[in-house]
Design a protein around this ligand. Sequence first.
Ligand SMILES: [Zn+2]
Length: 621
Amino acid sequence: MRKYFTILALIILILPSCGKREKDVSAKMITPVKFSEVKINDSFWTPRLKSHKDVTLNVCIDQIENQTGRIRNFEKAAEKLVGQHEGKVYDDSDVYKALEGMAYSLQNNPDPVLEAKCDEWIDKFAAAQEENGYLNTAFTLAENDDRWTRMDAHEMYCAGHMIEAGVAYYNVTGKRKLLDVCVRMADHMMTVFGPGKRDWVPGHEEIELALVKLYQATGEKKYLDFSEWLLNERGHGLGGNGVPLKRWNDAYHQDDKPVREMSEIAGHAVRAMYLYCGMADVAAYTHDQGYIDALNRLWDDVVLRNMYLTGGIGQSRSNEGFTEDYDLPNLTAYCETCASVGMVYWNWRMNQFTGDSKFADVMERSMYNGALAGISLDGSVFFYVNPLESLGEHHRKPWYGTACCPSQICRFLPSIGNYIYGVSDNAIWVNLYMGNSADIKVGNKEVTLTQETKYPWEGAVSLKVGVKGSLKTQIRLRVPGWCDEYTVAVNGDPVVPQVEKGYVVIDRKWKDGDIIGLNMDMPVKVVAADPRVKEDVGKRAIQRGPLVYCIEEADNKDGFDALRIAEDAKFDTTFDSGKLGGIVDITAHVGDQTLDYIPYYSWDNREAGKMKVWVPLVGEE
Ligand SMILES: [Zn+2]
């Protein structure tokens, strides 16, 4: 870990000079290849996608329709049954996020029954929308309707999730009904707030990135402008809107300073992630260097001083967020699943500005560890909190009173194809390694890339090029930050790697059937934390490839608390197809002790027991 941090600290981010300022030229050099163009066929991810489709979606639908009042709230709002709202003020957002997941699932697996369910929900949203475009069941049904007075009442947060769902469903099905509901709500917000109207700071960010999606879907630039206006409202003392906040300070809502001046992550972790995503999305169009500089400063602060080995962030339960630099407790780590997914969303965007693999490294770390731990192997239960140590009492649940994490995983998993490839003027970027076939447009040429690999268990990747005639382009392969030794070959002939910002660049005229072979050594690594992390002094963790490992009592029944690791431990690795859905199991030999390690994401899928990522060294208490 120390080495990892040192390497990151040494990388100086050089932004390309933005000579072009035309409005339609993105400040981002890389355009992601959408998941709709990527068919995943992978021994690691395909079973997860299958359980998402067969189990997770049904769990979410059942919770939303039957176990809680979430859908009933829309039915009641349509009938103006004032006083009868059930649940929390932000519960609408879970319905929208589940719908977004259903839309992505329909893209991967067309299903008329599921599509009919989506249409049924959308009809209920539309019926609940008020004449003036306002839509939020908690306020429509409130006895004392104090809409648009409390920054922390999540009205724009819910609207943002509705917009993300509306855009997703429109993109997948071409059906406009929900998109039109979203447009009416966005237009309503813009009649109340904006330049020359009322000031406003949404207490939970989300609307900012959603408005950029609405701009992309409709071509209406006013939504981009409104998003930028909302971002620039922050940090001027406007957030309370005259109503004093009882519980939280301005930093909690990222409202303590203007966004261009931010350098340190503070407050609520998920809100911070959505803010940074919104800033990146707006800056892509406005080329606002002040935003981009702030995001790079914030990235250093998050990744070098406030991130767990699992890619999780937000150490404190009390504010669901940050405390002090290097304060990274394991047992009480909060690491909300949504924050890890947020790290994927944000780092994906940052990578697109510059093509620097350090962002994709963090994206991969958060995805395979902090985020993936948020759902059980069978897809039926979820973690909200993801500690790096447990005394045996922390377990996944099918739902939560605040259900942001189940609905987050519901929309994240079916769209993971988004994070594999990108395209720039003269290059295809390969960021993640998983079995898939992708149709990619480079310039005016179509190319199909077919990836075969047993990643993350093995480091061998084969990438086959399918093209009519020939294609002159770079293919850029990310060399993961964890990888020290690798070889590259084209059609079996070794290539001397030219590396730029962590990518091997292969520039040639490709012909149909060309095969790139990437072979990454994937040894077990013993990692140390930054010595300023007091909690991890005298401890080591195990990582192999992108996966962080842990010990769980189920495999280490005798003397769990007495187990110790050593820098020079000997490791056996075995692929066990029958264990935890198929994993590479690691056995560490330390003197006469053996420690059985499993991937962190797979813990708490068997009988309850203790778990630890950071294990004391021999001789430590
Ligand atoms: Zn959450």
